[in-house]
Each structure stands twice: as C-alpha cells, then as structure tokens.
Design a protein around this ligand. Sequence first.
Ligand SMILES: Nc1nc2c(ncn2[C@@H]2O[C@H](COP(=O)(O)OP(=O)(O)OP(=O)(O)O)[C@@H](O)[C@H]2O)c(=O)[nH]1
Ligand SMILES: [Mg+2]
Length: 232
Amino acid sequence: MNIVVVGPAGSGKSTFVRNFSEYLRDYDVKVVNLDPASDPIYSADRDVRDFVRTEDVIKSYRLGINGALMKSIDLTLNYIDKLIVKGDYVIFDTPGQMELFLYSRSGLKIAEEISKYDWSVCLFIIDSEIASTPENFASIVAQNAVISLRFSMPTITIFNKCDLIDLNLNEVFEGLRDVGGVFGEIVERLMALIDYTTLRFRIVKISALKEVGFDDVLSVINEVFCSCGDIS
Ligand SMILES: Nc1nc2c(ncn2[C@@H]2O[C@H](COP(=O)(O)OP(=O)(O)OP(=O)(O)O)[C@@H](O)[C@H]2O)c(=O)[nH]1
Ligand SMILES: [Mg+2]
C-alpha cells in the first residue's frame, strides 16, 4: 500500500518517514522523496531531486521561491512514472508547503497517479501544539476533510511531537462545546464531520523523533484499509 505523508512545514513529516520506514524494516518498505526543495534525511529509493531541484528551478526560470516551488511540483509530474515504486509499504514524503501540493493541479495529478493502482492512504501529520486549542482543532478537522476530498484518499490525522506536549484531547473536545457565537455554530456543524473523517477511528498521538506511537499508526492504517475494503 501507499502511505502519503502530508502536513504543514516543520510538522515532522520527514522525521516520521525516516523513522517509520525503519520501524517497518521487516516488510518490503520503500521510501520516496517528493519534496524537490530539500535533500532527504533518509536513504530514498526514489528521489524527485534526481530530476527536479527547486534551487535550479529558481535560476533556470528566474522565479521567486513560491513560484519556483509551484513550478517544481509541475515539473515533478513529468517524472512521476520514475518515482512510483512497488512494495508492501511505499511511503511518500511531500513538500513542506502543503498548500502548494494540495491545491495545485499538478499536486492533484501526482496523488492520482500514486493511487491509481494500489490502495493509498494519507497521513496528515500535525504538530500537537497546533491542535491544543478548540479553534485550531476544529480547523484541523476541516483540513483533514479537505485532504480526503482533494486526494480521494482516506486521511488519518496524526498528532506529532507528543514528547514535547501532552495533548489532552478530552479537554479540547470539552472546549469545543463551550465555543459560542457564530464560531460556535460553525464548530458544531464541523464536529459532525468527525464522523466522516478517520478521526472517528482513534486519536493517534506519536513522537516521530522518539519513535513513540508507531504501533498505533500501523494499526489505524490497517483499520482504515479493512473498513475501505480490498479494492484489488
Ligand atoms: N521534539 C520533537 N521534534 C520533532 C519530532 N518530529 C520532528 N521533530 C523536529 O521538528 C523539526 C522538523 O522536522 P522535519 O521532519 O524536518 O519536518 P517536515 O515536516 O519534514 O519539515 P518540512 O519538510 O520542512 O516541511 C526537526 O527539527 C525535527 O527534529 C518529534 O516527534 N518530537
Ligand atoms: Mg520534510
């Protein structure tokens, strides 16, 4: 199966990819770097930077950093056949600028190509600190739904960096009930979305750095896989 790791800049995607692939070493696990802007911190079986490097795109196309990142993702699409690989678990690391990947046509095409033949799941890696207020938690629920819809993949939200903050989601849920006014109405409706996202399965808290919670990640992936059915 394919595991596509997405999340905001610095949330710990690459650290997760490095350590989770090591955790899965008894399987045929492959790692693919889809971030054209940074060298992988793991040994990649496929690396987009063999074909597209954002620093070169800046020079060749005389673009600023955001334009170059967009262009890099467009160029990545040309090499997608060379970047897709088979394995028991194929883990894809994605660019830090999640919105460029998520909202661009090329990003969407890349996700489509990845999930064409094999069952695919998205792991949405979030820094636990960001999830610690009711408002932010609600926006994460909304983002989870956006990722599922855009990529047509079940999306599991993973709360990372639990070694730094002990996220008490019961408190966050309590806080959500107390939010009033217009925002309260939005939150109330948004919470119904939890039933439609993989947050209903289980809250998964991990430390990608300290390798905590990886058993949970694997079992929730398998739960989602089973509930979606074998589409082979
Ligand atoms: N304490 C702690 N630090 C972490 C954890 N996971 C990642 N980090 C740190 O967070 C920083 C960013 O980690 P990366 O793995 O590069 O994050 P990323 O999402 O790949 O970043 P970009 O690709 O730049 O968006 C690094 O300094 C990591 O060591 C964690 O579980 N706990
Ligand atoms: Mg990274």
